[in-house]
Structure formats: C-alpha cells, structure tokens
Design a protein around this ligand. Sequence first.
Ligand SMILES: Cc1cc2nc3c(=O)[nH]c(=O)nc-3n(C[C@H](O)[C@H](O)[C@H](O)COP(=O)(O)OP(=O)(O)OC[C@H]3O[C@@H](n4cnc5c(N)ncnc54)[C@H](O)[C@@H]3O)c2cc1C
Length: 265
Amino acid sequence: MKIIVCVKQVPDTKEIRIDPEKGTMIRKGVPSIINPDDRHALEYALSLKDQDSNTEVVVLSMGPKQAKNALIECLCMGADQAILLSDSAFSGADTWATANTLAAAVRKLMPFDLILCGQQAIDGDTAQVGPQLAERLAIPQVTYTRAIQLEDHAIVVERQMEDGYEVVKAALPALITATRKLNTPRYMNIRDIVKIHQMDDPVQIWDLNYLKLDPDQTGLKGSPTRVKRSFSPTPSSEVTFLTGSTEEMVSSLLDALKNLNLIGK
Ligand SMILES: Cc1cc2nc3c(=O)[nH]c(=O)nc-3n(C[C@H](O)[C@H](O)[C@H](O)COP(=O)(O)OP(=O)(O)OC[C@H]3O[C@@H](n4cnc5c(N)ncnc54)[C@H](O)[C@@H]3O)c2cc1C
C-alpha cells in the first residue's frame, strides 16, 4: 500500500504576534513546526506501516527550503520518503495554487492508495487544500476524520459532525483529512534519527521544471485569491469584572442587565 501524507510547515501560532501598524504577522524569531493536524495524518499512515511492512509512507510538502526540517522530522518518525516542492514560482500560493502544485507532485507518485492531509493548517486555517487536492485528482474525499477502518480497496471513516458523527465508506484511492481525535502522534525514534542524519540528502527537492507545471498555475500568478486587508480586531466593548459577595455580584449583574433593557425593570 502506498500512502502520501501532505505536511505543511507552519509558524508556531502560540508564539505569534501581530504588528499593530502593518497588521501583518511578525514571523521573525517565531519557531516553525509541523502543522499539528498533519502529525495525526502521519501517525495514521505510520500505524498502517506498523501492521504491514510493505506499506510505503511518502511525506510531501510545498514550501520554502527550510520546510525540509519538518520533513526530516517526519522521516525520523518513520516515513520512508520525503519530497519538498520548492521553487520561487510556488511562493505566494493561495489554496487553489497550492492544490495545483501538490496534485502535480502526486501524479508523479502514482499509483497510490491513500492521501492523508490534516484537517486544517493553523496559519492559513482554511481547510481547503485537502478537498481541492482530491478534486484535482478526481478521487473520493472524506473530511474531518476521527476514526478509520481499512477494508479491501475501501476505507470506512467516522466523520466528525457538530452534534455527532457520520460513517462514510469510500473506494480507494481516496483522500482523507485528519482531526486530532484520530490518534496520538508518536515521537521521533532513535533508530530513524541516526539513519536519517547519516544520509547526505534525505529530502528530495522537486521544482517547477521537474513537475512540468505551467508557471501561470502556481504561486502568486496562479492564485485567484486577493487579500484586500488584514488587521487585528480591536475590542469593541468594555469588560467589567463584578466584585463582592455572590449576592452583591448577582444584584450588580441584574442592575446591569436592566440598564441595558435586556430584562424587565
Ligand atoms: C495571495 C496569497 C498569498 C499567500 N502567500 C503565501 C506564502 O507565500 N507562503 C505561505 O505559506 N502561505 C501563503 N499564503 C497562504 C496560503 O494560501 C495557504 O497557507 C496555503 O495555500 C494553505 O492553505 P491553508 O494554510 O489554509 O491550509 P489548509 O487548507 O487549512 O490545510 C489543510 C491541509 O492541507 C495540507 N497542506 C496545506 N498546505 C500545504 C502545503 N503547503 N504543503 C503540503 N500540504 C499542505 C496539510 O495537510 C494541511 O493540514 C498565501 C495566501 C494568499 C491568499
């Protein structure tokens, strides 16, 4: 079985601050991490490899050269092959262009059985790349996966909904997007850390020419999204903390609600 896991290197959003004047993210000094949902996608792929040593796990990322580090971490967790799609022509990509570029790489890796993505990236946060990639490849997709059962030539997936879950069966090859409920990701292991660090070039780099992509379909040129403005929302209301005994706080709260005409006087 061949499984492709799409991994995005993202800034650790716990560390992110917004420039109040420019309204842009201050990336300087912010550490980069593997997108958290992608760890769960990779864990599922590795768990299938644990059960069947013929399973091959390929990790795929589009990003700048430093995204190599995220892929090396995936190899140290047990992935077999790592490919970084990196070219100045890919930069500035929105989700549409990202999916185009990932799809071109997946076509080079055919045949495959399963593509796993995270549910969403913690920086872009759109949850669009997985579904768009499946559409480009014309394969079934199941999003918001919280449990998966593999059958012959099919997967049965529990799909998280707001008020429960639904069970969906899809024929392989298919794409699923993983939620954090799927599993607990493993750590890197010593055997793979030693093996990977003895290799000269553990991550293959594929560029525009290698993918034979039209430059108008990738990067900023291939991105129909236009960002008009980005800004940090300013607080629009004041917060008042109630103090005193429980009775006093309840009385103050009732007075405040009456003054706002939210309850009768
Ligand atoms: C005009 C414009 C310019 C932009 N320029 C840049 C830029 O230069 N650099 C940048 O990082 N972002 C840029 N972005 C943001 C970019 O659109 C998104 O980060 C990217 O397309 C993925 O979307 P997302 O983060 O919402 O991912 P989601 O759709 O939330 O991601 C879902 C899953 O898809 C997979 N995935 C997503 N992105 C990748 C990837 N790159 N490689 C492998 N798997 C992936 C992962 O499994 C992820 O968990 C730009 C956006 C716009 C609109």
